[in-house]
Design a protein around this ligand. Structure first.
Ligand SMILES: [Ca+2]
Length: 463
């Protein structure tokens, strides 16, 4: 039945070769390299991502540009190193004056210029003042939370904390307007579904025009909660519950594309924003969220999917990174890479689409300014004077420090890394900043709780 519906819709819509593909970019928060089936996880049940991998491409060596939410998102959105544009260091906090400079050109701006409808669904976290929010950065639509789900006036157990500055109640936004708030565990347990519902509504509404759906999921960032049925299905493990909810979300999005008959005209990219936080898995890799630049901090579980264009069931070891996505998508849709702006990423479209003979544009990969990889050799800057050297071809888990055995290689890579850091320091651009910044809301006022806003007031969650 589904196949019949698909072909009917295909005939009814615009000729597919007359327009660029739709783009769906799913960016999970704090999921690790080893959390899903295609990357070796045997505990979490991830049938949708397993299927996505079977129908598409598994990128085994895809990296983020930073190890925390805000800088990683800044780099993804702009194709530029976060430390070049003042978005490194601390993440953005509620009511802070700092944010992604509106002068930067985002993926959404590049695609909107080409006639794409643009929507952001999930967690933004590039500044919560109006000039930094999605509507000012190229998105037509935004549903989600402005910053992390742990930036709320509750402690780690989810209990209310008085005067927990700077954390005012966590607003749920529609564009620049707060429309609800995340009041407690039950509301938290709906955030994955809320984001998915809104992304699907947008995709459905814009099925007949090119669209860009950016889906930076709130999950699997702490605090993690689940509704009892999901929790039970996941063996009473809230970490597993959250991963499996993300999987279900991907399944719903891909099913929507299939049912609308636009799967063959849609590129879907799935990855995560940094290494896995506590309770997540990095598989064989060392590291996790934050900290030194081991592989597990920055190598992400990444899949691409575009039925009929990306071959089914292929894998790649070619290196690509989140800063390559902007120039790659620009090439895909025939847009110029932003003029007058220095974009650090490279065109890796052939790698992302698994084209025959695709080769990484990166002979050298930098891990912020604290690590460098050239071929199999990886140097980790542990402190100002301490460096470790690993042979990734033989030691993917970075267990055997070879710095003492190969001092010349260490010197060579340190020199390259220093030159890289200096070249960025010599060419930075100002961060966005507003005087007299203030929180989006000071109190919950008349706002509905998220579960009331979603029409599901009786929802309960397991803490
Ligand atoms: Ca994160």
């Amino acid at each position: 039945m589904v196949a019949g519906v698909c072909s009917l819709l295909l005939l009814a819509s615009t000729p597919l070769d007359a327009r660029p593909p739709n783009i769906v970019l799913i960016f999970i928060d704090d999921m690790g390299y080893g959390d899903i089936g295609p990357f070796g996880n045997t505990v979490n049940d991830t049938p949708s991502l397993d299927r996505m991998a079977q129908e598409g491409l598994v990128l085994r060596q895809f990296y983020v540009s930073n190890t925390a939410c805000t800088p990683s998102r800044a780099a993804l959105m702009t194709g530029t190193y976060a430390h070049r544009i003042g978005m490194d260091g601390q993440v953005c906090f509620p009511g802070e004056g700092r944010g992604l400079n509106p002068d930067e050109i985002t993926i959404a701006e590049v695609l909107r210029e080409q006639g794409f409808a643009t929507g952001c669904f999930g967690k933004w976290h590039l500044g919560d003042q109006p000039p930094f929010m999605p509507l000012a950065q190229g998105f037509d639509v935004f549903y989600g939370i402005p910053y992390s789900n742990d930036m709320w006036p509750r402690n780690k157990r989810g209990n209310p904390v008085a005067d927990y500055a700077p954390y005012t109640p966590l607003p749920v936004m529609h564009g620049d307007m707060p429309v609800a708030y995340v009041s407690d565990a039950a509301d938290q347990s709906l955030l994955c579904e809320f984001v998915t519902d809104q992304a699907i509504a947008f995709i459905t509404e814009h099925r007949d025009q090119p669209f860009f759906a950016y889906v930076p999921h709130v999950y699997v960032h702490f605090p993690r909660y689940a509704r009892p049925d999901i929790f039970e299905k996941a063996g009473g493990d809230v970490n597993r519950s959250n991963v499996e909810e993300v999987d279900a979300s991907v399944g719903r999005i891909l099913d929507t594309l299939r049912e609308l008959g636009i799967a063959e005209n849609t590129l879907v990219i799935f990855t995560s924003d940094n290494g896995g936080a506590s309770g997540m898995s990095m598989g064989p890799l060392r590291g996790g969220k934050g900290g030194p630049k081991y592989e597990g901090h920055m190598r992400e579980p990444t899949l691409t999917w575009w039925p009929g264009t990306i071959p089914a069931g292929v894998e790649s070891d070619e290196i690509a990174t989140t800063i390559d996505i902007l120039p790659s998508l620009a090439k895909l849709v025939g847009a110029e890479v932003p003029g007058g702006h220095m974009v650090d990423g490279s065109d890796a479209l052939d790698v992302l689409l698994a084209r025959p003979g695709a080769a990484s544009p990166h002979d050298i990969l930098y891990y912020e300014t604290d690590g460098i990889r050239r071929g199999k050799w990886k140097l980790v800057k542990v402190s100002k004077k301490k460096f470790e050297l690993y042979n990734l071809a033989a030691d993917i888990g970075e267990r055997h420090d070879l710095a003492a055995q190969y001092p010349d290689m260490v010197d060579e890579l340190v020199a390259l890394l220093n030159a890289h850091a200096e070249s960025i320091a010599a060419n930075t651009r100002p961060v966005g900043y507003v005087e007299e910044a203030k929180p989006i809301i000071h109190d919950s006022g008349d706002l509905l709780r998220l579960r009331e806003y979603m029409g599901r007031p009786d929802i309960r969650a397991v803490k």
